[in-house]
Design a protein around this ligand. Structure first.
Ligand code: FE
Length: 341
């Protein structure tokens, strides 16, 4: 049902564009999991600059990939925007993306934040960090993710379930950094650190910390921004009490991930899709896109927004993000073996 409504909406939008003025216009059709007003503003600026109209179908990340698979070569979609390198990897493996490489894209997006063959490029970046209640704890005790598995953390850490892609990608990064054997030892020790059986989303983990159920929570950075700016005063209070520690992967930096975009395998408007992808990663668009969800820009010359900058300096790991996808299945097997539910 949902699918039919979306399809109808896209067909209408496309027809409206083609027939306005009697002349075919240049268009690009985007399948996006993102749902922020700022994104629409960025698309409008792109249209102003290039004359290319942007149609957007918004749906859940996995649903969009399923839909591309079902539509095959008859798909009207040109650009897929979705979240997590693990999922972008799955999209590439499923054959719904094509390789694209331009000098602008290579300059806008650092090497570790894009697919080596150009199937996808990061457009915004988030870090998976440790949140704590500033009135009870501090960041000093946490230098590395491995610290959380030490005996003194037993029964004190809240984290969501292992089926979640954010945890699968973190585990994949641990395997890449430490090797599968040590990563598995870490995961096993982590289950002793759990304050409770994994449940809820990242926001719920921070609420558990502020409620005193746990002392530390593993969360993505932007959820702190979402709490701070929530319509719910209770969530704002939680956000205000949260401090952030940026743990390291080994001797490297903090584990980061991206929301990213790739040109679809059968894009009817390939050239326009590339133009939009270049625009989304440009200096001009980056701070708007990242700011909309309290993320970090991927463009090396663009600074994060005020709230994000206030959390402290992010020193990120240079793990090539495609390995997060490649090691995802192994990460899941380890979670299963150690009983991280
Ligand atoms: Fe999220």
């Amino acid at each position: 049902m949902n699918r039919h409504i979306l399809t109808a909406a896209l067909v209408l939008a496309v027809s409206a564009t083609i027939f306005a003025g009697g002349q075919p216009e240049r268009v690009v059709n985007v399948y996006s999991h993102r749902h922020y007003d700022a994104d629409r503003d960025v698309y409008d600026r792109f249209t102003e600059e290039t004359g290319i109209a942007v149609n957007v179908v918004q749906a859940g990340a996995d649903e969009l990939i399923e839909r591309l698979l079902a539509e095959g070569s008859s798909s009207e979609a040109d650009l897929l925007i979705t979240v997590d390198a693990g999922r972008l990897y799955r999209a590439r493996e499923a054959g719904v993306l094509q390789s694209v490489e331009t000098p602008t894209l290579l300059a806008n997006v650092p090497e570790h934040l894009r697919d080596p063959e150009g199937a996808w490029y990061g457009i915004t970046k988030r870090a998976r960090v440790v949140a704590y209640d500033r009135s009870r704890s501090d960041a000093e005790t946490i230098e590395r993710y491995t610290d959380l598995a030490r005996p003194e953390f037993a029964g004190r850490v809240a984290v969501r379930s292992s089926g979640n892609i954010y945890n699968i990608s973190l585990m994949a990064a641990m395997i890449h950094e430490h090797g599968a054997e040590r990563a598995e030892e870490w995961a096993k020790a982590m289950t002793r650190s759990f304050a409770r059986e994994p449940e809820g989303n990242d926001r719920d983990q921070m609420k558990a910390v502020v409620a005193g159920v746990a002392d530390y929570a593993i969360v993505n950075t932007y959820y702190v921004g979402l709490l701070l700016t929530s319509d719910d005063p209770g969530e704002v209070t939680v956000g205000e009490r949260i401090g952030i520690a940026f743990p390291r992967l080994g001797d490297g930096g903090t584990h980061v991930n991206v929301s990213g975009a790739g040109v679809t395998a059968h894009a009817p408007h390939r050239e326009e899709a590339i133009a939009l992808l270049e625009y989304l990663t440009s200096r001009e668009a980056q701070s708007y896109l990242a700011g909309a969800n309290y993320e970090y820009p991927v463009h090396p010359d663009v600074e994060p927004s005020g709230i994000v900058a206030s959390w402290g300096d992010l020193e990120e790991a240079d793990t090539p993000l495609e390995v997060l996808g490649a090691l995802g299945d192994e990460a899941t097997r380890i979670f299963d073996r150690v009983g991280w539910r």
